[in-house]
Design a protein around this ligand. Structure first.
Ligand code: DC
Length: 221
């Protein structure tokens, strides 16, 4: 089996790029942020404070999170309900970032992620894939871009969906989430020692896809 780990901060283009590259290589693409979002959403639905680790740990006993694939597209189920659309909001993003600092949450989600790499060739994206989830991945990539570029892309992405967003608020959220994700004690966001670092600030999506696909092809043996 071949495993490719793509880590990096929010909005660097991980999922868009990983989806295209995995289609080209015939690999399964697993977006691990979705499962942290599922835990964040479960807290919101139950009215639990995402930073209250005791309450969140108790909640973990009552929830079942699954990733399934329909026509090659990842769907995420929370207690059998498809929440794939519902998890894509700014509120859920922040909730996911907060719960992801709780060690028991990370432990709870570990096997779910690792099992995919046992069964198939995968490209898995997240924050700690190359460092913790799949430390033996053949190829590790750390994808990044400046916070300003990431905020601009996010606003454009929302505009495409017909949603308006204030650039300064989006930028503020990105900076806050970067800080949370890279300063937590357990499995913080950081490049794995052997990761290829790719900065997409100055290159187009197509150029990023080419660059990542080439790195993978050259290094997967
Ligand atoms: O990739 P994303 O923006 O959907 O991730 C949402 C949050 O989940 C992110 O802010 C941090 C957390 N996360 C994590 O801690 N580890 C991962 N492997 C993936 C996401």
């Amino acid at each position: 089996m071949i495993a490719v780990a793509i880590d990096g901060p929010a909005g660097a283009g991980k999922s868009t790029i990983a989806k295209k590259v995995s289609a080209e290589l015939g690999f399964i693409y697993v977006d691990t942020g979705a499962i942290y979002r599922a835990v964040g959403l479960a807290c919101i639905k139950k009215g639990i404070d995402e930073g209250d680790s005791k309450a969140v740990n108790k909640l973990l006993k009552d929830i079942d999170i699954r990733i399934i694939f329909f026509n090659g597209e990842q769907h995420i189920l929370l207690n059998d309900e498809d929440i794939s659309g519902e998890i894509r909001t700014e509120t859920v993003s922040m909730a996911a970032s907060t719960v992801s600092a709780i060690p028991e949450v990370r432990e709870f989600l570990l096997d779910l992620q690792r099992n995919f790499a046992k069964a198939d060739n995968v490209i898995m994206d997240g924050r700690d894939i190359g460092t913790v989830v799949l430390p033996n991945a053949q190829v590790k990539i750390f994808l990044t871009a400046s916070p300003e570029v990431r905020a601009k892309r996010r606003v454009a992405q929302l505009a495409e969906k017909g949603e308006s967003a204030d650039y300064d608020t989006v930028l503020e959220d990105i900076v806050k989430r970067d800080y949370n994700d890279s300063h937590r004690e357990i499995a913080p966001l950081k490049p794995a020692d052997s990761a290829f670092i790719v900065d997409t600030s100055e290159i187009t999506l197509e150029e990023s896809v080419r660059k990542i696909a080439d790195i993978i092809k050259e290094n997967m043996e």
